[in-house]
Ligand binder design. Structure first.
Ligand code: COA
Length: 243
């Protein structure tokens, strides 16, 4: 599938919370936003939030986390508003019983599906027309307890593949596996209510991202596609969507 990778073009000016294109295919459009915006930018973005979003923002203990939340959610409103051709403040959301945010029925005719993920100073947004989508991004970092975490959360096959790798490649492979698995559980919308060992993904960061097994009670492999990518220097991400 043709993919337009724009991650090399992100610059310091992204700090003004301007959205930048990350990956665009005929099926999914992925946009990035830097969350470490200057205070005057996040103060202006505050105006776009709903009362519920402002209340949630106010609950963050650390100012930095509050600011990231404001930028992430005001940017979501802006990006959806562009697609719906309405004002950002007019975007209405609902949540599924598993907590997945979706557009309210009032926007149903636009047929826009979306998902959001954030890590470090980066937020990623995935948009599709009418297909379930899930995205996950992680800041690249050392994972000293990768083996133990894999034992707890990954399937037996994934854990064995990880343990077979040389130690210096395990953190990256762990994060590759983690982003792929989270993208899938977010796409199906179950979040952590979906047992992470109920399906397998490929874990090699340099090989195509694939879902290779899904327990029947959850879904079928043939229904899902997945792609891994570098959204921004120092980050790793994956997106999953219904075929
Ligand atoms: C979804 C989930 C896997 C995300 O975990 P994470 O790695 O910490 O966070 P990410 O940055 O990748 O994604 C967070 C975003 O995913 C979205 N999200 C939340 N629940 C979701 C779900 N069930 N499916 C898909 N996306 C979801 C939200 O937009 C959220 O953004 P916000 O926290 O700023 O509102 C995890 O939070 C989860 O399982 N949540 C569901 C909790 C639940 O079951 N609630 C129901 C009430 S009991």
């Amino acid at each position: 599938m043709a993919a337009d990778l724009g991650h090399g073009t992100a610059t310091e000016s992204d700090r003004n919370s301007r959205a930048f294109g990350v990956l665009k295919t005929p099926v999914v459009d992925i946009v990035g936003v830097r969350l470490d915006a200057p205070a005057e930018v996040s103060a202006a973005l505050w105006q776009l939030l709903s009362r519920d979003e402002r209340e949630r923002a106010e609950k963050f203990r650390y100012a930095e986390h509050r600011q990231y939340y404001i930028v992430a959610h005001a940017s979501l409103r802006r990006l959806l508003a562009e697609r719906l051709r309405i004002a950002p403040g007019a975007v209405e959301f609902v949540e599924t019983k598993f907590g997945k945010p979706r557009l309210a029925p009032v926007h149903r005719s636009a047929d826009v599906e979306f998902n959001l993920s954030h890590s470090g100073i980066l937020a990623l947004y995935a948009f599709t027309s009418g297909r379930a989508v899930g995205i996950d991004v992680e800041l690249l970092r050392e994972i000293p307890d990768a083996d133990d975490l894999a034992e707890r959360f990954f399937s037996r096959r994934e854990t064995a593949l990880l343990r077979a790798l040389p130690l210096d490649r395990r953190s990256l492979a762990f994060l590759a596996c983690w982003t792929r698995k989270e993208a899938f559980i977010k796409a199906v919308g179950l979040g952590f209510s979906c047992p992470l060992d109920a399906f397998d993904v490929t874990i090699d960061p340099s090989a195509p991202a694939l879902i290779t097994r899904i327990e029947e009670r959850i879904d079928r492999v043939a229904n899902w596609a997945m792609q891994a990518f570098t959204p921004y220097p120092g980050y790793i991400a994956a997106v999953a969507y219904r075929q």
